[in-house]
Design a protein around this ligand. Structure first.
Ligand SMILES: NC(=O)c1ccc[n+]([C@@H]2O[C@H](COP(=O)([O-])OP(=O)(O)OC[C@H]3O[C@@H](n4cnc5c(N)ncnc54)[C@H](OP(=O)(O)O)[C@@H]3O)[C@@H](O)[C@H]2O)c1
Length: 269
């Protein structure tokens, strides 16, 4: 990998498990400052301990619920106070709710929108001026292939990912130059247990270990960043789906996806 990381302050949200943890593990090989954010203080501390034993990075942890707007503000102020405004921002934390939209709890849907959409763009909005001042900055937003097509039974999740995919492309049109870059990573289903940790999802997806590893997704994402790419779909099968989808009428796509996404454990309509 190309070393664009040494000497940099790098914020990874959702760094305590899954893809975020893999970003942290890979970046821990460099002499950088890693700023890790997630809700669970305990898991973050464990992550910090295990990373500190095996790497070069200096590690700071912040336990913050990024679904809460007031915590987002406080989090950003703490970064400012501690002189930890990142040079590289990896907006990774995200969650998905699953079920008939009208049956899902409104509060959960709301939290999902804040976490997947507002938190990343809040951080970007705060941090980009600093990047422009320093004439250096990289942003990696974790979108999803789910945001490129309909998502029956995870309609809000798919919409939040469409938001972040689209936002990233537009922002890169505004700010990208040789030193400043906004990149969007689009993984497909990835082998991360927490993300799929609901009985209804487990029944649907089965054994997640057959899917792409979180390590591969994180490595691919960082490579996009290093190569100043604006956008990247991870994995050949996801790239192929993107191609086929272009020629598939919406009705047919929705029919197939409804069948594909349906779980026997779904509540009746
Ligand atoms: N896994 C997939 O199949 C897949 C596919 C496409 C895209 N993605 C995207 O990839 C990203 C990472 O997914 P993943 O599978 O690695 O998820 P994961 O294993 O569930 O990890 C999510 C991370 O985010 C943190 N987090 C969750 N809610 C949070 C909140 N409200 N505030 C702060 N931190 C929070 C979690 O820690 P705490 O619980 O301690 O807060 C954890 O560190 C997400 O944006 C997801 O949409 C995943």
């Amino acid at each position: 990998m190309k070393d664009i990381y040494s000497g940099k302050k790098i914020l990874v949200t959702g760094a305590s498990s899954g893809i975020g943890l893999e970003f942290a593990r890979i970046l821990n090989k460099y002499d950088c400052t890693l700023i890790l954010a997630a809700r669970s203080r305990e898991t973050l501390e464990k992550t910090k301990q295990s990373l500190s034993m095996n790497g070069l990075a200096k590690i700071s942890c912040f336990n913050v619920n990024l679904s809460r707007l007031e915590e987002l503000e406080t989090f950003y102020h703490s970064l400012e106070e501690k002189n930890l405004i990142p040079d590289i921002l990896i907006n990774n934390a995200g969650k998905q709710n699953y079920g008939y939209f009208h049956k899902l709890k409104w509060q959960d849907e709301y939290n999902q929108i804040i976490l997947n959409c507002l938190a990343p763009i809040f951080l970007i909005h705060k941090i980009v001026p600093n990047m422009l001042k320093n004439n250096y900055g990289k942003i990696l937003n974790v979108g999803s292939v789910a945001g490129t097509m309909p998502g029956p039974f995870f309609a809000t999740y798919a919409a939040t990912k469409a938001f972040i995919n689209s936002f990233s492309q537009s922002l890169s049109g505004e700010i990208n130059n040789q030193n400043i870059q906004c990149t969007c990573l689009l993984p497909g289903v990835t082998n991360t247990n927490n993300f799929w940790d609901l009985p209804v999802l487990k029944e649907k997806i089965g054994d997640v270990s057959r899917f792409t590893s979180a390590y591969n997704v994180a490595t691919y994402g960082l490579r996009l960043l290093e190569q100043n790419k604006e956008y990247g779909v991870c994995g050949l099968s996801n790239k192929t789906t993107q191609f086929i989808k272009r020629f598939t009428p919406l009705k047919l796509l929705n029919f197939a996806l409804k069948k594909h996404n349906y779980s026997n454990l779904l509540e009746p309509k």
